[in-house]
Design a protein around this ligand. Structure first.
Ligand code: NAD
Length: 261
């Protein structure tokens, strides 16, 4: 057990994939959780209850990350429920794979809103709370695509490069208040988001889905293995704990060696 017991984390997009993995990993350390994201109501409730099996309190808020008003209400609800927000994890994200000349305008707008602008809004509302507390941890889910590009992912790569810039700027603004802001840059993790893009990538590149998995995704990852939730949870627990207080404005790759190439 770390020094995280009794803290509170808001995790956007925590009804699925990496965000749900983070919720489980932090709940195991005794952190109260504000869940967010879309999905089947019964499944969300089952996951919320399972988190409480770790002897913590978990609440759910379905704020839409494209809606600044709902984002403000989410942060307000977290503060009203728990009194503090010690950890903010900006994780909600979507993907679209398409050549730029066919890239739908509405998908570009949605990806920029959910993968980038939502983090601006959550941070804007949470920093005053963290400053009053005199401590805080902000973690932004970037990607290796915040550091390098792949074809057919113009909006995603632009948003992820943007969130690394946002991470650095916020880190400088909050550094003297015992608040840190860092980015995590995973390689491919076998989540529903990745499953969804296999079909689109197959279409864009004229390949079978199996070829996409082996020759596109895991080809870039020297370990030839998907990154696991445990690989990511070890890092977030470190960043959120007292031991992580010296890490600020950094981008941590967990990518099996992808960007070492
Ligand atoms: P996922 O599809 O499993 O989960 C995405 C989450 O975001 C879900 O909870 C979903 O409901 C939520 N969400 C989507 N639109 C939303 C909206 N408008 N408002 C609120 N919530 C919304 O995806 P994932 O793979 O777990 O991705 C999580 C994050 O990790 C994303 O930012 C993604 O870009 C990043 N990432 C994923 C991978 C990967 O290989 N899976 C790699 C690098 C980075």
């Amino acid at each position: 057990m770390t020094d995280l017991k009794g803290k509170t984390a808001v995790i956007t997009g925590s009804t699925s994939g990496i965000g749900l993995g983070f919720a489980q990993g932090l709940a195991q350390e005794g952190v109260n959780i504000v869940m967010n994201g879309f999905g089947d109501a019964d499944e969300i409730e089952a996951n919320r209850k399972a988190l409480e099996g770790h002897d913590i309190k978990a609440v759910y808020d379905g704020a839409d990350m494209t809606r600044p008003d709902q984002i403000g209400a989410l942060i307000g609800k977290a503060k009203a429920t728990f009194g503090t927000i010690d950890i903010l994890v900006n994780n909600a994200g979507i993907q679209k794979v398409s050549p730029i000349e066919d890239f739908p305008d509405d998908k570009w707008d949605a990806i920029i809103a959910i993968n980038l602008s939502s983090a601006f809004h959550t941070i804007k509302h949470t920093v005053p709370i963290m400053k009053d507390q005199g401590h805080g941890r902000i973690i932004n889910l970037a990607s290796v695509h915040g550091l390098v590009a792949s074809p057919f992912k113009s909006a995603y790569v632009a948003a992820k490069h943007g969130i690394i810039g946002l991470t650095k700027t916020v880190a400088l603004e909050v550094a003297e208040f015992s608040i840190t802001c860092n980015a995590i840059c995973p390689g491919y993790v076998a989540t529903p988001l990745v499953a969804g893009q296999i079909a689109d990538t197959a279409k864009a590149r004229g390949m079978t889905e199996q070829q996409v998995q082996n020759d596109v995704m895991l080809k870039a990852q020297p370990t030839k293995k998907f990154i696991t939730y445990d690989n990511l949870n070890g890092l977030i627990v470190y960043l959120c704990s007292d031991a992580g207080s010296g890490a600020n404005g950094a981008s941590f790759t967990v990518d099996g060696g992808w960007v070492a190439q």
